[in-house]
Every structure is written in C-alpha cells, then in structure tokens.
Design a protein around this ligand. Structure first.
Ligand code: ZN
Ligand code: ZN
Ligand code: ZN
Length: 368
C-alpha cells in the first residue's frame, strides 16, 4: 500500500475527493486517524494523543504529523506536502492555518474530540460537516487493486477455515480462548498482518453472536462457531464457519440446511442495482419461512474494505442500490438462547457479471 508507485492512485483519489468537495460546496477537508487518511495518502496513523491531520483544499493537500512519526510516512511529494510538528508547537494551530479561510469544513469521523474542540476555538463561525459524505462515496466502491487485496485476504482466511474443517486445529478438551489464540496465529501464518478478531463460541455460547472466547471447554456434542478475520495488505478478511463435535441432533442439522439456503439466497440477491436491504430480506425470508425468523437477531451483513465493518450495511431500511465494487458480508445466523447457535458468512463483491464470493471454504456443517 505504501510504495512510491502508488502516487498516481492517491492523486486520482484526491482529484475525485476534490470533485466531491466542489459539488457539496466543501472548502476544506480535515481527516485524522481512521481509514480515510490511508485511502488518500497511503499513511495509516496510530491513534495517538499527538495530532495527525491531512488538510485538503482545492489548491493543496498537507499532512501534519508529529515529528517522531514522520519517518513512517512514505512521502509522495506529488500527492501531499508534509509538515512535521515539534513537541513545543501547537499542531491544532498549524492545522487551523492550513484550513485558512475555508467557510465549510468537512471533518473525519475519527478525529479525537479533544483536537476538534480546540480546532473550533481556532476557527469560529465556520460550518462543519462530516467527511464521510465526501470520502465515503469513493471508498464504498472498490477498484480493481482493492478487490485483488480482498481476494487475497479472503483466500488466506479460507486456508485457516479449511484447517479447522479438516480437524487440524484441536478442539475437544481445549478452551474457546485456546482455540481462538491458535486461529489467530494461523491467520498470521497465512499472511495477515494483523488479526482483527477470532470468535470461538461452543455449544450454548454460540447463541451469542459476538461471544468473547473464554474458559468454556469444548466437548463432544458441541457446535463450535468460529468467526475470524484480519487485515492483509491493508484490506480485511472475515469468515464464519461452524463444525460439530460428533453427529449433530436432527434439529441442528435441519437448521444448518436452512441457514445454507438463506445464505445462498442472500449472496444471490447481491446484484448490482438491487437495494442493500433486499440482501437482508432474501436471507431473512428463507429463515422466516423455515420457522427461524425470531432466532435471526442481527442484520445480514456489513460492508468491508480497509475496515472490518464499513458501508454499505445489508439491513432493512437501507435502500442504497448496490453498485459494482461494493464489498459486503452475507452472514445470516440462527441463535437459540441457552442451547446453540450458528452463522455462515462469506464476503461478496458485487460485479457487473453478478455477485462474486471472496470465500470458497466448504459451507457444510463439518462433523469432527
Ligand atoms: Zn459481527
Ligand atoms: Zn465475521
Ligand atoms: Zn462479518
């Protein structure tokens, strides 16, 4: 993501950002930590107490960084100016000067309120809006390089899912936390740079969608839900597969076959031009018809890219039309409190030739 060769890519994105700014009459854009910054510059700032800010106007783009972080910046000189501030300087004052006389200012969602409140003091009487309306429409549609990164991350996550399904990750007699740690290590071995999460939920714990892997020991008769992902070359993976220790009871086996059909329906509905909410409806209707409606307690999916959860959300009420390059999860689940739970998740990219899955790991409820 940070090689000099990407300068053309960042310049092109800045040009599109400036077009968005112009059409929304925004005179200056200020983004701090978060993912708009690496999207526009290639630089991912650590969420420090020292201010990092990119200020974009019609004429210039300037990255303001703490002096001690400057060595980590790959400075694409054609893309942005670099201002490194010293410990005795006021970075908010520097940022305010760069905003200059801008009347309408867009601010990144992840700027610490500490800096924003100070910036308000430096720039009274301006109108403030959110940068998500400027950069969001660009980030939501992935370009070819971004899709290639999602494909690679998906394949890496798939390889760990396959290890789980082949029984290469010991389960019985170990705690969820031990298995979660092993999955995390394997995600790194498969090429991820960081692990974002590794949910392992056994038996009744699988009924809690975001269960935190804990001291519960996995034993015969359990369903084991594993939902894991990381970031590789700046882009995220996210997959959920379940295995069953010993033959599943008839009710669980029937639920899994309904869940598979629901997930398939959700993926198929992810066509260019369809509303995001229609993906949710497609999966939900299958489960409702099968009698599981009240047990599917969350939206069907979330967008994914540089962030594990981002726009667009596959949820009832989101009428946004799916466009080519939209990347999102399709992850229906069935959760029977106190008994068992299950979820099946793939990442999908909408293309002009139909929905394309980023995950190919077997979708059966594998019996181990
Ligand atoms: Zn989740
Ligand atoms: Zn997931
Ligand atoms: Zn997900």
């Amino acid at each position: 993501m940070q090689s000099e060769g990407n300068a053309a890519l960042y310049l092109e994105r800045l040009t599109r950002v400036r077009a968005q700014m112009q059409s929304q009459r925004v005179d200056a854009l200020v983004v701090s930590v978060g993912f708009d910054l690496p999207y526009l510059t290639g630089y991912l700032a650590m969420p420090l107490e020292r201010l990092t800010a990119l200020v974009v106007t019609a004429e210039s783009a300037t990255l303001v960084v703490p002096r001690l972080e400057a060595p980590r910046v790959v400075h694409h000189t054609a893309v942005f100016n670099l201002v490194a501030w010293d410990e005795t300087q006021d970075p908010v004052a520097i940022t305010a000067r760069l905003v200059g006389t801008a009347r309408r200012v867009a601010i990144g969602d992840q700027m610490w309120s500490r800096f924003l409140v100070e910036l308000f003091g430096h720039l009274p009487g301006r109108e403030y809006v959110r940068s998500v309306d400027i950069v969001g429409p660009l980030r939501i549609a992935k370009d070819a390089a971004e899709i290639a990164a999602l494909v690679a991350a998906g394949a890496a996550a798939d390889s760990v899912a396959a290890q789980l399904q082949r029984g290469e990750i010991a389960l019985v007699g170990r705690t969820e936390a031990q298995v979660s740690a092993e999955i995390s290590n394997r995600l790194l071995e498969a090429g991820h740079d960081v692990v974002n999460f590794a949910i392992v939920a056994a038996g009744e714990n699988a009924a809690s969608p975001h269960h935190h892997a804990g001291s519960r020991v996995i034993r015969k008769g359990d369903i084991v839900l594993c939902d894991f992902g990381g970031t590789m070359n700046g882009y995220c993976s996210d997959i959920t597969r379940c295995v069953h220790i010993g033959e599943p009871p008839a009710e669980v086996a029937r639920a899994w076959s309904d869940l598979r059909r629901a997930q398939e329906a959700g993926v198929t509905a992810g066509r260019v031009g369809a509303a995001c909410e229609s993906v949710d409806a497609a999966a939900r209707n299958v489960l409702a018809d099968a009698g599981w409606g009240e047990y599917f307690i969350h939206r069907t999916g979330h967008g994914i890219g540089m962030e594990a959860h981002e726009e667009p959300y596959m949820v009832s009420g989101n009428s946004l039309p799916i466009a080519s390059g939209h990347a999102f999860s399709v992850e229906p689940g069935i959760y029977v409190a106190g008994k068992w739970g299950m979820r099946l998740e793939d990442i999908v990219v909408a293309t002009d030739s139909g929905p394309r899955r980023m995950n190919a790991a077997v979708r059966d409820l594998i019996v181990l």
